[in-house]
Design a binder for this molecule. Structure first.
Ligand code: PLP
Length: 384
């Protein structure tokens, strides 16, 4: 008899969004104001659309048709990411193109021993816990990130950690780490011989030039960190699917073997390369014109964040250099206020408790909403 992966019984990964969908479904007649979206809403830029059309046309012609590509990604795209995102500080051979960060997160579990001690921020993106548990790692430490500690947990009392997940700008709190904070994690990782998985999905929302957009801006990080990058929020590729993983050449396991070499084995075994269409689109997104359009769209979202932040009377964190706002409900429960906003004003939000125990008492508001929804919702949110 086939035995179930017993860790699946502990997973509540889809609970949050299913529960929200169920509660929304009670109002089929109403136009809901959706501030709960963790997805992009603005259309793709013109250069990306042309590149996708052109790539599709090539596939329809016998002389230009192509099939499988390099499993690690197109050289041109790896070079473009090296130049445009990392200003040449990360070499193209250290950049592995993927079908998105969530997929990388699942695959990279296989790099690590199941007995690894894993640390992650609480609250955090639910897939970190999910992917960790599915892969059989059961030793997880949650680092409380709350307004009381300025979302920067005290690291001095930590036991031996092998693997850290860090996300900055953070989903859901909108907290952005500065150089000092990132440095403190890097020195802990160096002391522990740990590896940091740094999620930079929202790096393009950082407007303040003094804040790090990549962990590799901090000295010594190439010896301790992997970085996940994604076109999803940067260029509206949530449906197109394209991302990358940086695996530096100087990153080694405790036994002295190369993480990058093992990553190549895993990629070659579990992945056949990102879609040729998505990669053509990604190259266009990194062109000058593509990047300019993406910046305009990011500014549109950040104007939403600014409108929300300015109008709320409740203590609100994030929303600066990050597309999420984290609202402190002053002791009320996340689901209670979620329900009140939905029933009374038809506003959809995301209950903070869905991102971890420390998220109880908070709501996440998303700047990915349509401007009209933000403007209408503001009238009501001001009364909170
Ligand atoms: C949206 C998001 C991603 C991007 O995931 P993809 O699979 O690349 O779409 C990664 N990390 C976090 C925290 C996110 O919110």
């Amino acid at each position: 008899m086939a035995r179930r992966n017993h860790t699946l019984a502990q997973l509540k990964e889809s609970y949050l969004f299913e529960e929200i969908a169920k509660r929304k479904a009670r109002f089929p007649q109403d136009q809901l104001l959706n501030l709960g979206i963790g997805d992009t809403t603005q259309p793709l830029s013109a250069p990306v659309i042309s590149a996708l059309q052109e790539a599709a046309a090539k596939l329809g012609c016998a002389t230009t048709y192509t099939g499988y590509e390099n499993a690690f990604g197109r050289t041109l795209l790896r070079e473009a990411i090296s130049q445009k995102i990392y200003h040449g500080k990360i070499s193209p051979e250290e950049i592995f193109i993927s079908d998105g960060s969530k997929c990388d997160l699942a695959r990279l579990q296989q790099l690590f021993h199941p007995e690894c001690m894993v640390a992650m921020q609480d609250p955090s993106y639910p897939a970190y816990v999910g992917a960790t548990k599915i892969s059989g790692k059961e030793r997880i430490i949650f680092l409380s990130c709350t307004p009381e500690n300025q979302f920067a947990p005290d690291l001095s009392e930590l036991p031996q950690i092998d693997l850290f997940y860090l996300c900055s700008p953070n989903n859901p709190t909108g907290h952005v780490m500065d150089h000092e904070e990132l440095k403190s994690y890097i020195s802990i990782a160096q002391k522990n011989g740990a590896i940091i998985v740094f999620d930079s999905a929202y790096a393009s929302f950082i407007g303040d030039p003094s804040l790090p957009r990549s962990i590799y801006e901090i000295e010594g990080s190439k010896g301790v960190a992997l970085e996940m990058g994604s076109f999803s929020k940067m260029s509206g590729f949530t449906g197109v699917r394209l991302g990358w993983l940086v695996v530096p050449k100087e990153l080694y396991f405790q036994d002295g073997t190369s993480v990058r070499e093992d990553w190549m084995k895993i990629s070659a075994t579990c992945f056949n390369g990102a879609s040729n269409l998505a990669q053509a689109g990604g190259l266009a997104a990194l062109s000058e014109e593509g990047m300019k359009t993406s910046r305009n769209i990011t500014e549109y979202y950040m104007e939403n964040a600014h409108l929300l932040k300015r109008s709320l009377h409740l203590p609100t964190y994030g929303g600066k250099n990050a597309p999420y706002l984290w609202v402190d409900l002053g002791g009320k429960s996340s689901w209670e206020v979620f329900e009140q906003l939905l029933c009374d004003y038809k506003i959809v939000t995301t209950p903070g408790v869905g991102f971890g125990a420390q998220g109880e008492g908070f709501l996440r508001l998303s700047a990915f909403a349509q401007r009209e929804h933000v403007e209408q919702a503001l009238h009501y949110l001001q009364r909170l």
